[in-house]
Design a protein. Structure first.
Length: 279
């Protein structure tokens, strides 16, 4: 018997990174018109953002079915393995519900489902902690209990570089988008209790950096856990933000990430986010 870690593609780790961590992933899908692509399998992050820029409408996304999870769960049940699944916020997607349905269909008690109440870098933080615990010999139950205790301490903050995709997705009105775009407004967002919430706006990139830096500087970050910077294309914005943080005396041993197609659908290119766990 071994402990197996499973996640979904919104963790935004590449297939190579998942293999290095020995983690399995179930893919969500991104749909352009009548074509569907499995996130992280059929479409790369760079190809996605190229298609997004060329598309006149936002793509849609869809969650995996219970059967997608059941295939994995049944395999590990037959092998006698314990399973921990760490998934995208149940407020943002029905993916965790699909996993719960699959667990019921599988009829196997040694499957533990952790609702991250987060996405992208937030999930990756939990994944890395889970893998460290697994490698140290922790059981699936112990890992799930620790992650569940850490979820309320998770913080993820981001700024969005352009209002275009929030407008196309119906989250911002066209009028507000036009005014905000003309003024160089950068929306700031966070994920709290599993939902995406607005933190207001900043004028220009420097203003966004200043507000996000203030949040990070005031945070009581648990440095025994991973801390992350992540971005949508281009990567340059993330490193500009890192340099700004360093100038202000905020310096951590950052893990770098890159946001994929499911979350990228809503925030578009140029976004930067920071994720960490507080004490």
């Amino acid at each position: 018997m071994k402990t197996v870690i499973i996640t979904d593609s919104t963790c935004d780790l590449t297939r190579e990174q998942l293999a290095q961590l020995d983690v399995e992933a179930v893919s969500l899908s991104v749909n352009f018109s009548d074509k569907s692509y499995r996130d992280g399998v059929d479409i790369t992050k760079r190809d996605f953002f190229k298609m997004l820029a060329e598309s006149k409408e936002n793509p849609t996304t869809s969650q995996p079915s219970p059967e997608d999870f059941l295939t994995l769960f049944e395999k590990h049940k037959q092998q006698g393995n314990q399973v921990v699944y760490i998934g995208i916020s149940s407020v943002l997607s029905g993916t965790v519900q699909s996993a719960q349905i699959a667990k019921g269909m599988c009829g196997y008690d040694d499957i533990y489902i952790v609702d991250s109440l987060s996405a992208t870098a937030g999930i990756e933080l939990l994944l890395r902690i889970a893998c460290d615990m697994r490698d140290a010999g922790a059981s699936a139950g112990e890992i799930a209990a620790e992650l569940t205790a850490l979820v309320p301490k998770m913080r993820l903050y981001a700024y969005v570089d352009t209002l275009k995709y929030l407008v196309r997705g119906g989250r911002v009105s066209k009028t507000a988008g036009a005014i905000g775009g003309a003024l160089g407004v950068k929306p700031l967002i966070t994920i709290a209790d599993g939902a995406v919430l607005s933190l207001g706006t900043a004028r220009g990139q420097k203003g966004a950096f200043e507000k996000m830096c203030s949040i990070v500087k005031d945070a009581d970050i648990d440095t025994s856990k991973p801390v992350m910077l992540t971005h949508t294309v281009p990567e340059e914005n993330m490193h500009l933000f890192e340099a700004y943080l360093m100038e202000k005396g905020v310096n951590y041993d950052w893990i770098y990430g890159e946001v994929g197609s499911v979350i990228g659908t809503h925030v578009g290119p140029g976004a930067v986010a920071v994720a960490y766990i507080v004490k």
